[in-house]
Design a binder for this molecule. Structure first.
Ligand code: C5P
Length: 232
């Protein structure tokens, strides 16, 4: 996407058990990283207070809370997240949920829709009572997300090119499952190297373990930013 500095396109997933661990990692990364994702693990261990402190200090925060509830509850939750100062918030891509979140969003907070969790295959959808295929449901929900006014979508790099063509240039596409060449894949099955994900049309890359578990996290983060820069 034009206009976003390469360094701001790297989002580091703070998948660590405590605020102290997160603070140590943030300190090690220094000004190499300016955007952090906080998910269930850290959010439920004091991470929301950290999110507010980071946002106040000018660091961008992605709260990966994947909200889904009745509209009134979603709207009130989104209003609270907006007060924390987060930049991105995820919600599941159900129309009622997305409408409530979009309506309650205030300036500065962008709503990202999670179409179908990447751990789901066609059999898992059938088990959950859906008759269609994952690819069909991803496309349908992506269309609905944009129609309803969500700001973007979280998707795997494998889906980026197709979704970009579908949702247009203005929608924000955020992509996890990124591995620099040579990094351990862990439990991610379909991985992309940073440059390829950017070339396919991703706006932001979410990277966790390749940075968190590195002996020199800052060097890995800088290398990813370089690769983003070259592919942009
Ligand atoms: O450690 P790793 O780089 O695999 O971390 C990826 C991050 O992105 C994790 O926080 C994970 O929960 C998140 N994520 C993902 N796949 C999705 C959505 C989110 O890996 N489809």
């Amino acid at each position: 996407m034009l206009g976003i500095p390469s360094r701001e396109r790297l989002i580091v997933a703070l998948d660590v058990p405590s605020v102290a661990d997160a603070e140590r990692m943030i300190e090690r990364l220094g000004n190499s990283v300016c955007f952090y994702k906080i998910g269930y693990q850290l959010a439920f261990a004091g991470g929301l207070v950290l999110a507010e402190q980071l946002a106040r200090a000018g660091t961008r925060v992605f709260l990966d809370l994947k909200l889904h509830d009745i509209s009134n509850t979603v709207a009130n939750g989104v209003a609270s997240v907006a007060r924390i100062g987060a930049t991105f918030l995820t919600v599941h891509a159900y129309p009622q949920t997305m409408r409530a979140a979009v309506k309650a969003r205030t300036s500065g907070l962008r709503i990202l829709a999670v179409t179908v969790l990447t751990s789901y295959n066609d059999d898992d959808l059938a088990e959950a009572g859906y008759s269609g295929r994952v690819t069909e449901l991803v496309a349908r929900r992506a269309d609905q997300a944009i129609e309803i006014g969500a700001d973007g979508i979280v998707c795997s790099a494998a889906e980026v090119a197709v979704l970009r063509a579908r949702v247009g240039a203005a929608a924000t596409l955020v992509t996890p499952g990124i591995r620099p060449v040579g990094a351990a894949t862990g439990d991610q099955k379909r991985i992309f190297i940073p440059g390829d994900a950017i070339a396919a049309g991703a706006d932001y890359l979410v990277v966790g373990r390749p940075i968190l578990e590195a002996s020199d996290p800052r060097r890995v983060a800088d290398a990813i930013v370089d690769e983003i820069d070259k592919a942009a």
